[in-house]
Design a protein around this ligand. Structure first.
Ligand code: 13P
Ligand code: SF4
Length: 347
């Protein structure tokens, strides 16, 4: 699995040449024609502001294939934020991702096109909860999934993403670890480590809706189907999967393995985005949408760059403490031996 983001073609930063972009065939021609002025305005504003659009893999194809300079999973977006020389970062994703970008580069202007784009996991735990956990389990290292607020990141020892959770847990001393807030990612890590994983009971409102029974139905209905799942899914779902990994891990698995048929058990824009790059693969597409990710639209990206809003700010003392947790994760993830949560599952 690669942990780095996918840079888009140079046309993402300059005037859009529709005919030169096979990926745009995913978007109906009439729709694309209507979007064209907005796309061109965004690409012009990016040049004017020396801005870059970092887009999560769950963005809709009109964002993913046109104005995004980098697409990727949470880890890749954090890594790219840390290394870009742009002055302005527009984070086409949810609020914790924009905060993470601000934490890694406090001198840059970080914009989120809709500040209401939250996350059920980030909302499930507070900094005060971490302080209580530390009292209850003195000396036990605390890992937080990157899907948390800056205040929570400031209280923990290290962050992780779905791409490096196992690697982060294994890097810590002792035989116990507190893992939060995603109970299912924590449970998945626990199946692969000898450490005791003490878990918070948060969940992703999108992934917890999938069921193992639904996936068994797909296997019965669609011969030869491959099932690949995000580790935010419940254990009965992951037990049915041929591969478990981060959003980028899943994309790379499909590109590398070219299954005849596949179901990506995650937010549904992912299949739309990848399908166009692997026309030989048939995608079965259950649609669980993330309402927070779907708040980000091309119009809002344009307005964000026009008005330089909404700027994401993190108080300096919180940012400094949160940065230690993020930097520790980035140091570990920079190491070449990434054996992430997305290791193939033997069936
Ligand atoms: P990834 O880090 O795998 O992209 O996951 C982020 C996320 O919010 C998935 O729901
Ligand atoms: Fe949060 Fe789930 Fe949406 Fe990801 S899909 S941003 S974990 S609510």
């Amino acid at each position: 699995m690669t942990a780095t983001g996918s840079p888009k073609s140079p046309s993402a930063r300059i005037k859009l040449e529709v005919s030169a972009e096979p990926a745009l065939r995913q978007i109906p021609a009439e729709e694309l024609a209507a979007l064209q002025p907005t796309i061109e305005a965004i690409n012009a504003l990016k040049i004017e502001r020396n801005a870059i659009v970092l887009a999560h893999n769950y963005m809709t194809p009109d964002i993913y294939h046109t104005v995004a300079d980098i697409t990727g999973d949470s880890l890749a977006l954090a890594q790219e934020a840390a290394r870009t020389d742009a002055d302005v970062i527009v984070l086409a994703g949810v609020h914790f991702m924009a905060e993470t970008a601000k934490i890694t580069c406090p001198d840059k202007t970080v914009l989120i096109p809709d500040p209401e784009a939250g996350c059920s996991l980030a909302e499930s735990i507070t900094a005060a909860d971490i302080r209580l956990l530390r009292q209850r389990y003195p000396g036990v290292p605390v890992v937080c999934y990157v899907n948390t607020t800056a205040e929570v990141k400031a209280e923990v020892d290290i962050c992780c993403t779905s791409s490096n959770a196992l690697q982060v847990v294994e890097s810590l001393p002792g035989d116990r670890v507190i893992f939060l807030p995603d109970q299912y990612l924590g449970a998945w890590v626990a199946t692969q480590t000898t450490k005791q994983v003490i878990r918070w009971q948060g969940a992703c409102e999108v992934h917890e809706r999938f069921t193992g029974a639904e996936l068994r139905d797909y296997r019965a209905q669609f011969e030869g189907i491959s099932i690949i799942a995000h580790p935010e899914c419940p254990p009965d779902v992951l037990a049915e999967a041929d591969y478990v990994g981060s959003t980028s891990g899943m994309i790379n698995w499909v590109k590398g393995n070219r299954p005849n048929r596949v179901v990506m058990v995650t937010e549904c824009s992912m299949s739309d985005n990848v399908a166009v790059e692997v026309p030989d693969v048939e995608f079965i597409r259950p649609c669980n949408l993330c309402p927070h990710m779907k708040r980000i639209t091309l119009d809002k990206i344009r307005r964000s760059l026009e008005t330089m809003t909404t700027e994401v700010l993190v108080p300096a003392d919180v940012a400094a403490r949160a940065r230690r947790s993020v930097d520790r994760m980035l140091e570990i993830s920079a190491a070449p031996s990434v054996t992430a949560v997305g290791a193939p599952v033997a069936r």
